[in-house]
Design a protein around this ligand. Structure first.
Ligand code: NAP
Length: 535
């Protein structure tokens, strides 16, 4: 029987994994190489050497998913927090979550996992031998199960082979992982390569101080804005169950709708952004500010780089930019698990064969799972949480996995579907859509809200659940792990969205009062006018 569970990593997936273990009465022990919780969100200063095998963020990162969509399902983000939070605020929320559920005492900081191996009795017990290292001392442990939560933004991908002449380039070049802030880039001529969220954030920030910034992309992108209809966050506007059904039923029509919508804000062709693929064929690139920089000439869009010389950069469209000082490769990340034997899991070109993106296929006992190895179109925290809720139930034997054959079929089908939908790129190997994937895992737990029943018993809530944003609280309304405040959290989510922006309260009484007064004056004027005409 599974009791002791090792959790690797205390980032956004590891924290919720610890909590889900506790909810199921398991005994978690978490190991993290760094000295703090938060993983990706621990900001490291320029002066610090970024830790190996960990992404490192820049100072200004503001998360692209909004607070009501990215919170853990039974712990809303405080109502006065901004909808899109600075990385320090996100970390603050993680700290509150860890403190509230008393997770810290289960974490061993500054402890690296060196190796894990099947225990000699694995076939009967499913146990694992784990070796960890802290302050130069190694320690051996035996665990009943393992949750790998080390993240997928770990090794910077620096594809120098694809850029002839870079070895002769005399300027500075580096991966975006090493970018911290714009201080040292004043008056420089800079090229940023890639059109993911890092690239667009960097060009916007750098263009405020640099002499000129160029953004080079081989595919282009559909650009969406965080601040969406009526100022509501993008994910709040689009990620409803109803919209998920529409997207699944009429994919081509919804693609066209989105393309028209975001083209009407910025004509992608005229702004050098237009890709050849459809809207939903690429992970979204989000920036409200990039069009402003392009229209002001501070950022200039370029095609892919063909080659570098000592000082100049030649592009595939035949243009050349001279005297370039800095090249930043915002070319994404790879991930791997050097501490796990390849017979257990093998990652190739960022492809990882996991049943429902969670369980390795070839284990005789389902006592290892991977949490957070997905790239959702939407927030990752609730997805990691629901995975961990499912996994802990599998560990306890409350839910069974299908046969190995069935799991393989599922993995192949998912891979095929992903390849059909997305343009070929190593960044599109672990994509999931927020609502359908959450529902898929929730079905395993038995916590999808029954909308038909809800319409009969609680129409107000049912309306929100179907047409409102599919906030994580929806997965706490029923079934195992039910949370009694879930209904309230759903019905008050709009208040929490509005609160941090509606900070200047206009006195409506006054406005109405003045309006009424105007109305009365108009009435009096008309009466006098009528009397004058009649007399
Ligand atoms: P990414 O999303 O993987 O994007 C990498 C970019 O580099 C893509 O445009 C890719 O183009 C390009 N690229 C890769 N290899 C290339 C090559 N050999 N030649 C030319 N172009 C190449 O990486 P990222 O932007 O660093 O983002 C990583 C993750 O962090 C994403 O999930 C992102 O959403 C997230 N993020 C979030 C925020 C935020 O919340 N504010 C900010 C930054 C990043 P192809 O598509 O052609 O491969």
């Amino acid at each position: 029987m599974v009791k002791r569970v090792a959790v690797f990593g205390a980032g956004c997936s590891g924290l919720t994994a610890i909590k889900c273990c506790l909810d199921e009465g398991l005994e978690p022990m978490c190991f993290d190489k760094s000295g703090d919780i938060g993983g990706l969100f621990i900001y490291q200063h320029f002066s610090e050497v970024p830790e190996d095998d960990r992404a490192s963020i820049y100072n200004s990162v503001i998360i692209n998913t909004s607070k009501e969509m990215m919170c853990y399902s039974d712990y809303p983000i405080p109502d006065d927090y901004p909808n899109y939070m600075h990385n320090s605020k996100v970390l603050q929320y993680f700290r509150q979550y860890a403190e509230h559920f008393q997770l810290l005492k289960y974490i061993r900081f500054k402890t690296a996992v060196c190796s894990i191996q099947k225990h000699p009795d694995f076939l009967t017990t499913g146990q694992w031998d784990v070796v960890t290292e802290s302050e130069g001392k190694q320690e051996k442990h035996v665990f009943d199960a393992i949750l790998v939560c080390t993240g997928h933004h770990t090794h910077p991908k620096l594809p120098l082979d694809s850029f002839p002449g870079i070895e002769n380039f005399k300027g500075q070049y580096f991966h975006s992982r090493d970018y911290k802030n714009p201080d040292t880039f004043k008056n420089k001529k800079i090229i940023v390569i890639g059109i993911g969220n890092t690239a667009v954030d960097l060009v916007v920030e750098l263009s405020a101080v640099a002499k000129q910034v160029f953004l080079s992309t081989r595919k282009g992108a559909w650009l969406v804005n965080r601040v969406c209809d009526n100022g509501f966050p993008l994910d709040i506007v689009f990620f409803s169950r109803f919209n998920a059904i529409l997207q699944c039923t009429f994919p081509s029509m919804i693609n066209s709708y989105m393309e028209n919508k975001f083209n009407s804000r910025v004509d992608h062709d005229n702004f050098g952004l237009k890709p050849e693929h459809r809207f939903f064929s690429q992970h979204p690139t989000i920036s409200d500010d990039l069009p402003n920089r392009i229209i002001a000439g501070k950022v200039v869009m370029k095609t892919n780089v063909k080659r570098f010389t000592e000082t100049d950069v030649f592009f595939e469209d035949g243009t050349v930019e001279k005297d370039i000082d800095v090249v930043i490769f915002a070319t994404g990340y790879n991930f791997s698990f050097p501490f796990i034997d390849e017979s257990v899991i093998k990652v190739e070109h960022n492809e990882i064969p996991l049943y429902k993106m969670v369980f390795p296929l070839h284990l005789e006992k389902p006592t290892m799972a991977f949490i957070g190895y997905i790239q959702p179109v939407g927030a990752i925290m609730p997805v990691s949480e629901i995975q961990a809720r499912w996994v802990t139930r599998v560990f306890k034997g409350l839910t069974k996995l299908p046969s190995m054959e069935k799991m393989k079929e599922e993995v192949n089908k998912r891979k095929e579907d992903m390849q059909k939908r997305y343009v070929k790129s190593e960044r599109h190997t672990i994509q999931v859509d927020y609502v359908p994937y959450m529902d898929e895992i929730a079905a395993e737990i038995g916590c999808i809200p029954n909308i038909k029943q809800l319409f009969l018993s609680d129409p107000k809530l049912a309306w929100q659940v179907l047409f409102g944003p599919c906030t994580p609280y929806q997965y706490r309304l029923c079934g195992p792990g039910q949370w009694r405040d879930a209904r309230k959290a759903i019905l008050t989510q709009k208040d929490r969205i509005i609160k941090p922006t509606k900070t200047r309260n206009v006195d409506n009484e006054m406005t109405h009062g003045s309006f009424n007064m105007l109305f009365k004056l108009l009435g009096i004027f008309m009466i006098f006018a009528a009397m004058y005409v009649l007399v």
